[in-house]
Design a binder for this molecule. Structure first.
Ligand code: GTP
Ligand code: ZN
Length: 344
């Protein structure tokens, strides 16, 4: 259906299988894989995975990204950008070298793309990311709050912390936009091309952040400022596959250079916001991201979605008693409704 959806399809032909609960985490203590080297998948391209090893620098010439394929025992298990994996075989990172992924660590979070008409399977697009950064221009293009709300739903559902990065501050004031998100308590940073990025870097340090934003908001400008040589690194990956340079039709992960405190972090650049899977999001899950509101829903009728119009919803009663901030309740409900809104 969309260009984006096809991009992901190219990356991952197996459908995602939900992890079974309560199984033992897959860890290194299988004797056969004692020497397997841990690393992080930064790119997926037609059955080939690019992995940066934990014990090498993640940036610069010493990084030597490793190209790997899945080992047979992994079967149909999908391996996605952000996965923590273990490798055997030729991990030199030399031209033409190929390693094998023998283990995939249990994922701490998964960001999903929803099933659509072209593709009946829900797929994980990024694993193990802690933060979802919604990049929005204050103007040119005009912000699309419906889209921001959908991204927030995806973040809350995936157990990721949201962050708003408002770009192009040279063009307009962010005040209007920020007032929409104030009562939700979403953290934000305002920036512009050429500005000092310290605040953004601090927010990204030491964790994995997925950047989303629709075309033209200045996401590439931001990525290039955060990761000098980002383009070169993307090109490098394809030296191995022999294919030409890839533009951003699929998610790829970049290591941030170390900051003054030696902290680093990772950013995952995604081609579009369109691909969020919200169909699976359950309302009762979403409210868990707002513990103060969740507390007020204990007496709700069974099956209450806590949306506006729900009879006897605890949120209305709490507002009535003056115990809940009406702005916060209505913002929560707006986001909840965005789940069903296909305005992407
Ligand atoms: N005025 C202004 N323009 C900016 C700023 N940041 C980026 N731009 C411009 O906005 C346009 C889009 O920037 P990109 O960085 O390519 O945006 P993108 O979100 O990566 O867009 P795609 O590449 O289409 O996905 C370019 O012409 C940039 O030069 C800014 O802070 N202020
Ligand atoms: Zn309710």
């Amino acid at each position: 259906m969309s260009r984006v959806a096809r991009g992901y399809d190219e990356n991952d032909h197996e459908h995602y299988e939900r992890p079974r609960r309560r199984t033992r985490p897959r860890t290194k203590d299988r004797p056969a894989f004692e020497d397997a080297e841990p690393g992080r998948v930064v790119r997926v391209d037609r059955g080939r995975f690019t992995v940066l090893l934990d014990d090498r620098p993640h940036t610069g010439p010493e990084a030597r990204p490793v190209t790997a394929m899945k080992a047979r025992p992994l079967g149909r298990k999908a391996v996605v950008v952000g996965d923590r994996v273990r490798l055997v075989g030729d991990t030199s990172g030399a031209d033409g070298a190929l390693a094998r992924i023998v283990l995939v660590d249990e994922r701490s979070t998964v960001l999903r793309r929803t099933a659509d008409d072209d593709d009946p399977y829900e797929r994980v697009i990024v694993a193990n990311a802690e933060q979802l950064v919604v990049v929005t221009a204050i103007a040119d293009p005009e912000p699309r709050p419906g889209l921001i709300d959908r991204a927030l739903v995806a973040a809350y559902d995936a157990g990721m912390a949201p962050l708003l990065v408002l770009t192009k501050a040279d063009l307009a004031s962010p005040d209007d936009l920020l007032s929409t998100y104030r009562s939700l308590g979403v953290p934000w940073v305002v920036t512009r091309r050429g500005a000092d990025l310290d605040e953004v870097r601090t927010r990204l340090a030491g964790r994995t952040s997925v950047l989303v934003g629709h075309s033209g908001v200045g996401k590439s400008t931001l990525v290039n400022a955060l990761v000098p040589g980002a383009d070169r690194e993307v090109g490098r990956v394809n030296d191995v596959t022999g294919r030409g340079r890839h533009t951003s039709t699929s998610a790829h992960m970049l290591a941030l250079p170390d900051g003054p405190a030696g902290r680093d972090g990772w950013i995952v650049d995604t081609p579009g916001i369109r691909s969020f899977g919200l169909a699976h999001v359950r309302p009762e899950h979403l409210i868990e991201a707002f513990p103060d509101l969740d507390e007020m829903t204990e007496e709700c009728p069974r099956g209450c979605t806590h949306g506006s119009g729900e009879p006897e919803c605890g949120l209305d009663e709490a507002v009535g008693r003056g115990e809940a901030d009406p702005d916060r309740v209505s913002s929560f409900r707006r986001v909840l409704a965005a789940r069903e809104n296909s305005d992407v």
